[in-house]
Every structure is written in structure tokens, then in C-alpha cells.
Design a protein around this ligand. Structure first.
Ligand SMILES: [Zn+2]
Length: 311
């Protein structure tokens, strides 16, 4: 028993080191390194040196721990811990960006209204480009959603989870014209129903909401009560700061491209897309390159992010 405890303790230390490694890799190896960035890398590396030194574990022991990691029953828990560590570090970077203490830039790609049969195309593009994104899911397409090869949309929940994207909540019904915002109860009911659907498909709990139509849609008074209810239920919410206009039915690729480029100007951007939109799907590789060329790091949203409103 003692040995198991010790092994687990060591695993956590190693996981910390791995998380730092992944994060430094994410931030510094996906973009071109400039002198300024290298200095920043040194700064961050030094900051986490303390953590690394704290390990005081020999190589042989690390080998042993690695073997034990393979034997661990709860592999999902391990992945979860690594993700939590990475998000903690990302949240530190966000705060530095906001205080103007860092020149780093972060973009969160978000896709609303799926799963839809077009979603698997979006997932493939993200995979090819090594991007983790956020999907604000709804059941609005329901059980009727199949593609021409009879691919069931519900199966996509597992695909989101398998690829480690963030699955967020866009309410079960989505229909604000059909009474979604009638009352706090009707709204929270639609949030909970979607939470249950995601949980039954993936075992994961959603904790980020996007109001269909945006947070202003229910009106000021009703909206404030709904935000309170969300907070009490452990949720944060987020709108968006950039987009390509795909939710408003842009007429051409050029128009979508122009709206997108004009909207990117903050060091932290939450970008609104829809995974049903063919224009966005076509332009997505170009958009990813555009952001990376401007030194944006692309991350999935997480509850602790400064972009997630908690009141
Ligand atoms: Zn929507």
C-alpha cells in the first residue's frame, strides 16, 4: 500500500514536469522563435525550474515510474491531470498578457451548433494541423442528423472527447424563438439536458456555456438571473471577440476572409465559427495559418481561463 502511494506521488511529480514540457513545447515550438520569445522562454523555464528541481529523482527511478504509469488503471485520470496542469500554466500566461507583461498571443477557436454531419471534416482539419479547439454543442440537430454515408451525429461526441477538444454547452434546444429564454428555469433545464447528453455520450461534465444568440439575447434583467443560476451550477459563460461572419450567412469566401482578418486584433481572441458552415470549413486551414503567422498559440478553452465569465 505504502509503495503504491509512493509510486502515485512520484507519478504526479513526473506529470508536472511533463505538463511543463508540453506547455513550453506548445508555446515555443509551434511558431517561429524570435529573440524576444527565446528570452521569454528562458524566463518561464527558470520559473518552473523550482518545480523540476523539487523532483530529486534519479533516472532509474524515473524509468521505474514510467513503467508504473503504464500499469496505472486510471489512464483517463492521468490525462486529466496533465490537462489541468497545462491549463493552470495557460491561465498564468493569460494573466501576464492582460497585464502587458507578456508579448504572447492566444486564440481560442470555437465551433457552435454541432454536432453536425460536417463536423467530422472540421475535426480532420484540426487533427491535420495539430489544433485543439472548443465545441459548443447542442441537440438541435437531434437524432435526425446523419450524413450521406449514414454517419450518426451523436457518434461525434466521442470523437470530440477522443481528440481532447473541449466539449462545451450550447443548450439542448438552442431555440430562443421557441422559449429557451422564457425563464431562468427553462434556460437551466436546456443547459442541464445538454450536460446530461454529453455526460452519457462521453462521461465528461460540461462547465462552459455559450448563450444561443449571445449573452445579450435574453435581455439585461433575465440575463443577469440566468448568469447567476449558471454560476451556482458551476458554470462559466463566454461570448466571442472575433468571427468570420458564418452565423450571419456571408455570401462568399472573400467576404468571410475579410470579416475574419478585420476582427483579429486582440492578444487573446475567442473566435466564433459554426461547424455546419462550408465556407468556414474551406477557409479553416488558411485561418489557422493566418493566426500562427501572427504568433498566436491555439488552445482549447478551459473553465479557469480569464475569458470565461464567472458572474
Ligand atoms: Zn448557436
Amino acid at each position: 500500500m505504502e509503495r503504491t502511494k509512493e509510486t502515485i506521488r512520484r507519478c504526479f511529480i513526473i506529470i508536472n514536469v511533463i505538463a511543463v514540457g508540453i506547455f513550453v513545447y506548445l508555446i515555443f515550438n509551434e511558431n517561429n522563435l524570435t529573440k524576444e520569445k527565446l528570452n521569454e522562454k528562458d524566463k518561464i523555464t527558470k520559473e518552473y525550474q523550482v518545480l523540476m528541481n523539487d523532483t530529486s529523482i534519479s533516472e532509474k527511478e524515473i524509468e521505474e515510474v514510467n513503467k508504473s504509469i503504464d500499469e496505472l488503471e486510471h489512464v483517463d485520470e492521468t490525462v486529466k491531470t496533465i490537462k489541468e496542469e497545462v491549463f493552470k500554466l495557460a491561465s498564468n500566461v493569460e494573466q501576464k498578457i492582460q497585464k502587458n507583461e507578456s508579448k504572447m498571443k492566444i486564440a481560442y477557436l470555437t465551433f457552435d451548433d454541432g454536432p453536425y454531419y460536417n463536423t467530422y471534416k472540421v475535426l480532420n482539419i484540426l487533427k491535420e494541423n495539430h489544433v485543439k479547439a472548443t465545441f459548443f454543442t447542442t441537440n438541435v440537430n437531434g437524432d435526425k442528423c446523419f450524413d450521406n454515408r449514414n454517419y450518426e451525429c451523436h457518434k461525434l461526441y466521442k470523437e470530440y472527447a477522443k481528440a481532447n477538444h473541449t466539449i462545451a454547452n450550447h443548450t439542448y434546444t438552442h431555440g430562443w424563438s421557441r422559449g429557451l429564454y422564457r425563464s431562468t428555469e427553462s434556460f437551466m433545464d436546456a443547459v442541464k439536458k445538454q450536460e446530461n447528453l454529453v455526460k452519457s455520450e462521453t462521461g465528461l461534465i460540461t462547465n462552459i456555456v455559450r448563450f444561443p444568440g449571445g449573452s445579450g439575447t435574453p435581455g439585461k434583467t433575465k440575463g443577469a438571473a440566468m448568469k447567476q443560476a449558471l454560476y451556482k451550477a458551476g458554470y462559466g459563460w463566454v461570448d466571442w471577440s472575433a468571427q468570420d461572419g458564418d452565423g450571419k450567412g456571408v455570401s462568399s469566401l472573400d467576404e468571410a476572409r475579410n470579416i475574419f482578418k478585420k476582427s483579429i486584433d486582440n492578444p487573446i481572441e475567442v473566435i466564433l465559427f459554426h461547424d455546419y458552415d462550408q465556407k468556414t470549413t474551406k477557409l479553416l486551414p488558411e485561418f489557422i495559418k493566418y493566426l500562427r503567422d501572427r504568433n498566436y498559440i491555439l488552445l482549447p478553452l478551459f473553465y479557469e481561463s480569464v475569458m470565461i465569465n464567472k458572474k
